[in-house]
Design a protein around this ligand. Sequence first.
Ligand SMILES: Nc1ncnc2c1ncn2[C@@H]1O[C@H](COP(=O)(O)OP(=O)(O)OP(=O)(O)O)[C@@H](O)[C@H]1O
Length: 282
Amino acid sequence: MTSTAPPPALAHSPAAASPPAVRLRGLTRHHRDVRALDGVDLDFLAGTFTAVMGPSGSGKSTLLQCAAGLDRPTAGRVEVGGTALEGLSERRLTLLRRDRIGFVFQSFNLLPSLTAAQNVALPLRLAGRRPSRTEVREALARVGLAGRERHRPGELSGGQQQRVAIARALITRPAVLFGDEPTGALDSTTSREVLDMLRELVDRDGQTIVMVTHDPVAAARADRVVFLVDGRVTAELRSPTVESVAARMTALETAGTRPTDGCRAPTDPTPAAPVPTRSGSC
Ligand SMILES: Nc1ncnc2c1ncn2[C@@H]1O[C@H](COP(=O)(O)OP(=O)(O)OP(=O)(O)O)[C@@H](O)[C@H]1O
């Protein structure tokens, strides 16, 4: 008997079945004479966790802001959940950001006078919906904060506040959660707890996460690390380890844009080794 079922490794792979949650093509952003992004091509597959790294000023935050529709690129294309952002009016873009995109920052940006539950409910209220108590309670439970509904930010630890911010970002069930250094303000133990939670959101719920970080320990929790230099993707690591990420960062910071440990830059013209993917890989 023949079977048409995919092999097991692919059958459970969200990346194999779905279109990318976010697709960037030729993404370019100039600030006057500064090229913050210079023709970035990347796919962020649904249900995967990607870390974006690079030296200071390499364009990481700009990439996130453009991908999230918070900044308009100078050229190129951003698609989120199959919708192209460039043709959207400000109003449509605002709606798409509200409904399809979650964003968390290093500073948690919670409203101090509101409870955790009220903070989490805010995006739905802004959308004109009255969220049910159960919905909000479940959102907080997803990030390990069951029972903390009535606490105000000042009554929560830094890690708990970031969890509330993540629950708030996820309450609309966005296609992608972007994080700009979400663990940057946390101590190492709390940072690990938040990273454990992000990892679980990907593995358990199939959430797509894209996170900028300077921390190799944080980046090593992702499925893939993308390295930016001078607004370009210079390389990426799959199944990263702390050591491989740290080595790559050291190589980038000491030797300029050319990787030195065997991985290839996507646009490297040196003919010695094949370029395995459009955006480079190891
Ligand atoms: N609003 C702006 N006006 C002018 N230049 C800008 C603006 N925003 C960013 N830039 C420049 O664009 C480049 C990329 O900045 P970006 O903040 O994206 O880098 P980054 O990799 O996130 O840096 P860091 O790791 O230090 O946060 C930098 O040279 C920065 O000075």
